[in-house]
Design a binder for this molecule. Structure first.
Ligand SMILES: Nc1ncnc2c1ncn2[C@@H]1O[C@H](COP(=O)(O)OP(=O)(O)OP(=O)(O)O)[C@@H](O)[C@H]1O
Length: 249
């Protein structure tokens, strides 16, 4: 059962310069759960993700990863905590001039002391986990968009992260590839026991994978709802949340 807090966000205010994007956010992501950050365009979802992975400093408030405040910790401690995070960015962000194996090799060479033989075994295992066994020597341009996303995911899990972050993972995918990616996210959560945080506005994904969520509003500049997406759909009476969760496009 997911009970222990993996990420704890306390009174977080985020800003670019003095332009406040969201204020006073409070939520907890439990270990092993799939947590969705949702809200309309421009409300600050990607900005929140950047804070959670330590790329941006809070204007106010705290981000606790595994109980440690990221910005009270020493640089070394922070790097150590952040090294336990895997990230899949919007575009998949594979290096186009490298094969899939080489793409995975980069973090493994940089952050582990594994031998070349061990690295090659890890690469084959991670590619197999995302359904790309045997695709080691392909270049990103030689595989479909859905496969590129999965290869990006294999790279995100190369270092066995215990928390995985996704920014709009199904952006640009057709509904079938998008569904396959959702299934894969569920499988990986179960097999790796990882915590997953996803920024998405895809309703199908939100309802398929989300155990818990937060809903950011650009005008209120804070969260206006939180909870299991299916429950929010059944119980929220807020017109902004209802409009978002019942839209047809
Ligand atoms: N580097 C930046 N400097 C200044 N303002 C920024 C910067 N990046 C984003 N913003 C502003 O912050 C707000 C939130 O942007 P963000 O990209 O986090 O929203 P989002 O919810 O992820 O949007 P979308 O769903 O369209 O991707 C927007 O008003 C945006 O214009």
């Amino acid at each position: 059962m997911a009970t222990q807090a993996h990420l704890d966000i306390r009174n977080l205010t985020m800003a670019y310069g003095d332009a406040v994007i969201q204020e006073n956010l409070n939520f907890t992501v439990k270990r092993g759960e799939i947590f969705v950050i949702m809200g309309g365009s421009g409300c600050g979802k990607s900005t929140l993700l950047r804070h959670l992975i330590g790329l941006m400093t809070p204007y106010e408030g705290q981000i606790l990863l595994d109980g440690t405040d990221l910005w009270q910790a020493s640089q070394e401690e922070r790097n150590q905590l952040i090294s336990r995070c895997g990230v899949l960015y919007q575009g998949g962000a594979l290096w186009s001039s490298m094969t899939l194996a080489e793409n995975l090799e980069v973090p493994l060479k940089e952050y582990t002391t594994l031998s070349n033989k061990q690295i090659s075994e890890v690469i084959s295992y991670k590619l197999a986990l995302v359904g790309l066994a045997g695709f080691e020597d392909y270049y990103p341009s030689e595989i479909s968009g859905g496969m590129q996303k999965r290869a990006g995911l294999a790279r995100a899990i190369a270092l066995d992260p215990d928390i995985l972050f996704f920014d709009e993972p199904s952006a640009g995918l057709d509904p079938i590839s998008s569904r396959l990616l959702d299934d894969l996210i569920l499988q990986l959560r179960d097999s790796l026991g990882a915590t997953v945080v996803i920024v998405t506005h895809e309703l199908a994904s939100i309802f398929t994978v989300g155990d818990n969520s937060i809903f950011l509003d650009p005008d209120a500049k804070t969260s206006i709802a939180s909870g299991a997406p299916k429950e929010l759909l059944e119980t929220s009476t807020d017109p902004r949340v209802r409009k978002f969760l019942t839209r047809t496009t």
